[in-house]
Design a protein around this ligand. Structure first.
Ligand code: AMP
Ligand code: ZN
Length: 500
């Protein structure tokens, strides 16, 4: 297996990936909080991890991919106490049960992920289904002395943890001294905390709070960060390979997850932390509150002032693949138009490629070597921290060669049959299995590109037979009828090719 390099947020370095157990990978990704429609920013993060998941499978790993659904504990303003739970609030406003809200937006999320052709994770645990595990984890952290109870709520003791383990702030790069220099004034309505940087792991429910469970400390609910620690430990073990999420989660969510895991069992949860960068729109972070956002549905239908027309889910997916997951990505109408063109070009190149067949063994030439090298380079780019834009750039270089071979400007026998076969396999494997694209151009054009290619091969064969039998009438009839359909035949020394 080739070396896979991963940009590890924990070390801030590109490292050679080594799984804990040879051949197996445990990967946990923070899922959505299901209180509203999933937005395109969320989609970017989940599509990025879908490609990562697909590539790890492509490399031959057996992957257990866990992505949670947050259905309790995530409070307004991403704070940890004194504010309303996002799901409870929506339930109150719409006069529904919180679980009706959860059900509606979980289904909506799955629908969008399905349209984007993302594979489902192997386990999709929900926070409300793991209250017992979370209570147990709070107890372990208390037993280890890294948490304290006050008035029915339990807080993680960050100063004690930072002092004793020297681990707090390591992932997010926050300076402990700065975190610790917060004063009691920063506590605002959070006087139960000993220190402003402490965070709640169990929260006593206010009388109006609908979602509540019994615990040794109070009738309450778990803190937001706790669910990921409890569920990743349950399904992947105390230490697993990869933990992912958007980089806006690095602090406090992921920093606090690390603290909780170490506080509960003495081990950091993940060896590699992967963070995706934000989706922007017209240069600004996509955000619902200032109107700078667009839903997947609006993008697909074109029902938004931000786009000139609708773009298909596959064009959106292709657009996302054209940037590295670690860079910001700016969504503009112009960029989407360009992505649509690029998507069509690469799909057409693949159709052309799959229709090529070499009668003989072919020759080892410079062209053959170039094709071989470029074919290998696709995986090499992906091995460099899942660099999808560079891998696609290589596939575009190959598209130019493929189209020249198809059009007869380059000679097919100047590459060997083995090289052609490997290119055909690799190209479609990456497009469909790794990048998770579907060929919509085949469906919209001739209904079935494979069928068209097969039929054209047959017609060319019949015309060849006719010419061999000196049946010039039939040969001309075929050429003329095809011309009427807009199909041109080109006779080359090595055979006949066609184009539309
Ligand atoms: P949430 O539902 O807010 O908890 O977010 C779910 C996932 O989407 C998290 O991993 C976030 O980091 C990610 N996310 C949120 N906004 C964006 C954005 N604008 N671009 C990329 N990822 C985002
Ligand atoms: Zn999480």
């Amino acid at each position: 297996m080739q070396d896979l390099k991963i940009q590890n947020s924990l070390s801030r370095q590109k490292e050679t990936f080594k799984p804990i157990n040879e051949g197996y990978i445990g990967m946990y990704v923070c899922g959505p909080t299901v209180y509203s429609d999933v937005h395109l920013g969320n989609c970017r993060t989940f599509v990025s991890f879908d490609v990562i998941y697909r590539y790890l499978i492509h490399l031959g790993y057996k992957v257990r991919y866990v992505r949670n659904i947050t259905d309790v504990g995530h409070l307004e303003g991403d704070t940890d106490i004194g504010r309303e739970d996002k799901i409870s609030k929506k339930a109150r406003l719409e006069q529904l049960e919180p679980m009706e809200i959860v059900q509606r937006y979980t289904i909506g999320f799955h629908d969008v992920m399905g349209m984007l052709n993302a594979l489902p994770p192997n386990i999709e645990p929900r926070a409300t289904q793991h209250i017992i595990e979370q209570i147990e984890m709070v107890q372990s952290i208390l037993d280890n002395g890294y948490a304290y109870e006050n008035n029915g709520s339990v807080y993680f003791d960050t100063s004690k943890f930072a002092k004793e383990t020297n681990q707090y702030g390591k992932l997010s790069g926050r300076k402990v001294e700065e975190l610790m220099s917060l004063t009691r004034d920063d506590l605002k309505n959070q006087e139960e905390k000993r220190h402003p940087s402490d965070f709640a792991i169990w929260i006593k429910a206010a009388p109006e709070h609908i979602m509540r469970w019994n615990s040794p400390w109070s009738v309450g609910f778990p803190g937001w960060h706790l669910e990921c620690s409890a569920m990743s430990t349950k399904y992947l073990g105390q230490t697993f390979d990869i933990h992912g999420g958007g980089n806006d989660l690095k602090f406090p969510h992921h920093e606090n997850e690390v603290a909780q895991n170490i506080g509960a069992c003495g081990h950091a949860p993940a060896n590699y932390w992967l963070h995706t960068n934000m989706l922007l729109m017209n240069g600004k972070k996509m955000s619902k509150s200032d109107g700078n956002s667009i839903t997947p549905h609006q993008l697909f239908t074109g029902d938004s002032p931000h786009v000139s027309k609708g773009y298909s889910p596959m064009v959106l997916r292709f657009f996302m693949l054209q940037s590295h997951y670690g860079s910001t990505l700016d969504l503009t109408d112009q960029a989407l138009l360009a992505a649509e063109k690029g998507y069509k070009r690469i799909m057409e190149a693949n159709q052309n490629l799959q229709s090529l067949s070499l009668p003989g063994k072919g020759r080892e030439t410079d062209l053959d070597k170039r094709v071989k090298d470029l074919t290998d380079q696709i995986a090499a780019e992906m091995n460099d921290d899942f660099n999808t834009p560079k891998a696609l750039a290589v596939m575009f270089d190959l598209a130019t060669i493929i189209n020249r071979l198809k059009g007869g400007q380059d000679k097919l026998e100047d590459i060997t049959a083995d090289t052609l076969k490997k290119l055909q396999e690799t190209y479609s494997e990456f497009l469909f299995d790794v990048f998770g694209l579907k060929d919509e151009t085949a469906a919209e054009g001739s209904n079935d590109a494979g069928l068209t290619n097969g039929l054209m091969e047959m017609i060319i064969e019949i015309r060849k037979e006719a010419k061999a039998n000196k049946d010039w009438n039939t040969a001309d009839l075929i050429r003329n009828k095809l011309n009427e359909l807009g199909v041109q035949l080109k006779d080359n020394p090595e055979g006949t090719t066609w184009s539309k």
